[in-house]
Design a protein around this ligand. Structure first.
Ligand code: ADA
Length: 605
């Protein structure tokens, strides 16, 4: 039996605004927990949430906050593995259950869990069987806390900002799986592949005291109709207290498979079943899967053997009422609004986003680019092995969660770092190598650059990225194309270190537009100027066949904490959204919608 219990809901918190708890050490702190719980003035709050919205005085709070709740011991916990799973806590979490330290986790945007069976109270009956305390720390000044080594252009929220669950799992179980479906097309421009293989690697664990003789089944079904496309079984033996792996390789009939694309997001369901020697099902996991092939050929992208242009944007997870802790319904609505604007691809700007976003991308049809928060790192930071280690760990955790999503177009390993330096090159070489090893070459890998032809890391990247804000921070709008053309010319001329010609994607460009500020003169900060800016950039890019796409900066206005930034962050927001922070559209929204419709129509011809 496998099931989950939601621990979301009303919790209590205590914010350490007087900095009384400077140096909390996990196990040593066990002795103080009772006193903390009894003596502090705890206030009610909801989880998931951000601390900064619990109370006015916490609006700009960066420090330590204790959270507590209680929960009933799950049914079956004596003969199951029970894990406590956090979807995301920014940035460092320390966790105690029934007074015992379970462990800690750093990295604000990735999930983590602890096996808690031995710490549960089995003998009490009632809703308050187990008491859980979590310390959440989002303070600055830790040299390897990516991205919080320095101020960035979004908000460092404190909080248990994603779901908390108990996952009750059988002792013998399917612990993980990886699905791959390489597609081969015949020469020419056929839209049906000639070969499709289903490759699946299933990881199994046996936590019981006896060996497990049984079988693993894999089944592929059409998610809409339930039609079984293929199904097969392999016998397996998992030794007691051990792990095993089962690999499947199945040739599929290409004529029976509908491919996945943003226009037609056909989904299938892959189910893995673990069955014991007497035919009893012991564990089952299932996943919605799509078939796609995204590649670059020369200067162009191809999706399922057809030319493809990334009509994109960038999106932050932020809202005035929720901060980073967006409800899934809002995430879904964001994607609906993007779909209506003819966007077919977006980047989860700068960090692993809420897990549901990728589910919705699979369902609604978006290609997605997921990034670790290695943001604006300078040469000194990149020379620090601790920062490289954090970046690799971030990638591993992100990959672990999201590796099976059909929507994944590329991993991004960094944003606007000093890639023109030798330290930047060494850091990126190491990071790209790590990512390609872990990912096994399944997805494209890029870093997002604003260094143009000075970037020494372009050769590492599967497509060439360029962030440019000419006409906003400096220069004139018209200057941007010179930058792009220079990059293109050098890429075409073999005598350089930028690697072979590949698609160039304008990964960020935008201007601030304060919603409601309309102006006859198209003044900076007005909706009019922003719309004109985006219109100019996109229309220019459409004229150039070597441009593989444009990702506007950005979907919605986003809270920042940069009061001193000389070029201004009006309202303490980055105002470059096509919709404002409440998702009301600006002029820019319809400009993007109309231009992307035209671009797409042209491509179809
Ligand atoms: C950079 C950065 C974004 C944002 C943008 C801007 O390109 O990657 O996070 O800060 O600039 O608005 O200036």
């Amino acid at each position: 039996m496998r099931y989950e219990i939601d621990l979301d809901g009303i919790w209590a918190y205590f914010a350490d605004t007087r900095d009384e708890f400077k140096d909390v050490k996990g196990s040593a702190f066990e002795a103080q927990l009772g006193d903390l719980v009894a003596s502090k003035a705890w206030k009610k709050c909801i989880v998931p949430s951000v601390t900064n919205l619990h109370d006015k005085v916490l609006f700009r709070f960066f420090g330590k906050v204790f959270y507590k709740t209680a929960f009933k011991t799950p049914v079956g916990s004596r003969d199951h593995i029970v894990s406590l799973k956090f979807g995301g806590v920014n940035y460092k979490a320390m966790v105690w259950l029934n007074g015992k330290f379970l462990g800690q986790h750093e990295n604000g945007y990735t999930e983590f869990s602890f096996d808690i069976g031995e710490f549960l109270n089995h003998d009490v009956v009632g809703p308050e069987d187990n008491s859980l305390v979590v310390l959440v720390d989002n303070s600055w000044g830790h040299k390897d806390w990516l991205p919080w080594t320095h101020k960035v252009d979004w908000f460092n929220y404190n909080g248990i900002h994603r779901r908390v669950r108990l996952v009750v799992k059988p002792l013998v179980r399917i612990s993980d799986y990886e699905i791959r479906t390489p597609l081969e097309f015949p020469p020419g421009d056929a839209i049906k592949p000639s070969n499709i293989t289903l490759l699946a690697r299933v990881e199994l664990e046996n936590h019981s005291l006896a060996g497990f003789p049984g079988s693993v089944q894999v089944e592929l079904q059409d998610a809409a109709t339930g039609r079984v496309v293929v199904s097969t079984i392999e016998m397996i033996m998992i030794p007691a207290g051990n792990k095993a792996e089962q690999n499947f390789e199945l040739a599929l009939d290409p004529s029976s498979i509908a491919l996945w694309s943003p226009d037609s997001p056909a989904l299938y369901r892959v189910t893995f079943r673990l069955v014991d020697g007497s035919g009893q099902k012991v564990d089952e996991r299932s996943w919605k899967w799509g078939f796609k092939k995204l590649e670059t050929r020369g200067e162009h992208f191809y999706l399922n053997n057809k030319r493809f242009t990334m009509l994109g944007t960038n999106r932050h997870e932020d809202h005035p009422d929720f901060g980073l802790a967006l409800p899934d319904a809002l995430r879904y609505q964001d994607l609906v609004k993007m779909k209506d604007a003819n966007i077919n691809c977006f980047r989860g700007s700068h960090y692993p986003v809420g897990k549901a976003v990728l589910d919705y991308c699979d369902e609604l049809g978006f290609l997605f680019i997921e990034e670790i928060p290695a943001y604006s790192l300078d040469a000194g930071m990149m020379a620090d092995p601790a920062i490289l280690a954090t970046a690799k760990r971030y990638f591993d955790e992100m990959h672990d969660r999201d590796k099976n999503h059909v929507c994944l177009a590329a991993w991004s390993v960094s944003n606007e770092c000093h890639t023109e330096t030798k330290e930047g090159l060494a850091f990126h070489e190491a990071l790209y190598k790590h990512v390609r090893e872990v990912d096994g070459g399944e997805h494209m890998v890029v870093h997002v650059s604003n260094k143009g032809v000075m970037d020494r890391c372009h050769a590492l990247s599967d497509f060439v990225t360029l962030n440019t804000y000419r006409g906003w921070y400096s220069g004139e709008m018209a200057d941007f194309m010179q930058e792009v053309n220079l990059l293109h010319e050098i890429l075409l001329d073999g005598d350089h270190e930028l690697g072979p010609p590949r698609p160039i994607v304008l990964t960020e460009f935008g201007a601030e537009g304060l919603r409601g500020y309309r102006s006859w003169q198209s003044s900076k900060w007005s909706e009019d100027y922003q719309a004109e800016f985006l219109q100019y950039y996109i229309a220019e890019c459409m004229k150039h066949d070597f441009i593989g796409g444009t990702w506007t900066w950005m979907f919605s206005d986003t809270r920042v904490d940069l009061p001193d930034r000389p070029d201004g962050r009006a309202r303490s927001y980055n105002n470059k959204g096509m919709v404002d922070e409440f998702r009301s559209p600006k002029l820019a929204y319809s400009v993007i919608r109309d231009l992307y419709a035209r671009w797409k129509e042209r491509e179809g011809k």
